[in-house]
Write a new protein. Structure first.
Ligand code: NAP
Length: 288
């Protein structure tokens, strides 16, 4: 039997409808919400991703600002642009579009963003708050995955979750969110040095792949009936591909996210919800 399809497009639509309501409420309280993106260089995929983020902001009535630097920008140029956005009253949240061109330090650029304007939820201050279970912006992609699980009523408590990938962007914070008190999955964090990866993955009730190797995860990685969340996105000649061999895995999984139309739209929706949360926090004490 074919797996249930977990549509990020459907869930993102609901999230965005709520964001639009929240923006109206904030406006009524005299608070304007503004999302700024900083894009460095000529990477075509990054230009596409940034244009989507502005479209999303427009669609929910959020102001947005598009700052771009040339391919030959220096680290000092990047820091100066971030400082500028940090200082602007009309900018509530800031996204540094990663990766930066070779030779530039993306993590340092993210750390330059004020934690109170960190729309991506990737600043070390905010990642630290995730470890502590304190409120604050959550890393956008893992947060989007959690929203999908919640929307479709997928039980996490007592389940074994295998996450393939341990980047600071996706894999590591995904493990923190799934293993948090109240979520209560038992988390296995796999990576390129994990022996017998397929066998480890086949123990998962919830399998999350954040690898960047198109089609690597075939049916042998999947326990029948498991929930499979494919975070991977790789641009190929055949279009955008996930890590999961969808046509094969859809036949044995219980539920699965497609690529495109799965986690991607949810990452963008989480950026909007983070920006709303930042707007609220900026009008109160952030560390509550
Ligand atoms: P990354 O920093 O390159 O991390 C990739 C992870 O996969 C690493 O931990 C690596 O292990 C592991 N890995 C690589 N090859 C492997 C293999 N053969 N077997 C097992 N593990 C392997 O990438 P990332 O930033 O986390 O992104 C991962 C994927 O998600 C990419 O395709 C990216 O485009 C996509 N992504 C999608 C969204 C979205 O919104 N849909 C958002 C962010 C990222 P080691 O640590 O041992 O090297």
């Amino acid at each position: 039997m074919s797996a249930h399809i977990l549509s990020g497009i459907t869930v993102a639509k609901e999230v965005k409808a709520q964001v639009a309501i929240d923006i109206e409420a904030l406006k009524a309280d005299g608070i304007e919400v503004g999302l700024a993106t900083l894009l460095v260089g000529d990477d075509p995929a990054s230009h596409i991703y940034v244009s989507y983020k502005h479209k999303d902001a427009d669609a929910v009535g959020m102001n947005s600002f598009d700052v771009q630097l040339p391919q030959d920008a220096t680290q000092a140029d990047v820091f100066a642009a971030v400082d500028d956005l940090n200082a602007r009253d009309d900018v509530t949240g800031i996204i540094v579009q990663l990766p930066l061109p070779d030779g530039l330090d993306g993590e340092a650029a993210v750390e330059r963003v004020l934690p109170t304007k960190d729309a991506d939820g990737l600043h070390p201050f905010n990642l630290g708050r995730v470890i502590l279970g304190r409120p604050g912006p959550l890393p956008a992609t893992p947060s989007g995955v959690m929203t999908i699980l919640d929307h479709y009523g997928i039980e996490t408590a007592g389940k074994t979750a295998v996450i393939v990938g341990r980047s600071f962007l996706v894999g590591k914070p995904m493990g923190l969110l799934l293993g948090a008190k109240g979520v209560d999955a038992t988390v296995i964090q796999a990576h390129s040095r994990t022996p017998d990866l397929a066998a480890v993955c086949a123990t998962a009730d919830i399998l999350i792949t954040a690898i960047g190797r198109p089609g690597m995860v075939d049916a042998s990685f999947v326990k029948p009936g498991a929930v499979v969340i494919d975070v991977g996105t790789t641009r190929t000649d055949d279009g955008l591909r996930g890590d999961v061999l969808f046509d094969e895995v859809v036949e044995i999984a219980g539920a699965i996210t497609p690529v495109p139309g799965g986690v991607g739209p949810m990452t963008r929706a989480s950026l909007l919800t983070n920006t709303i949360g930042l707007a609220r926090a900026q009008s109160t004490d952030f560390r509550t």
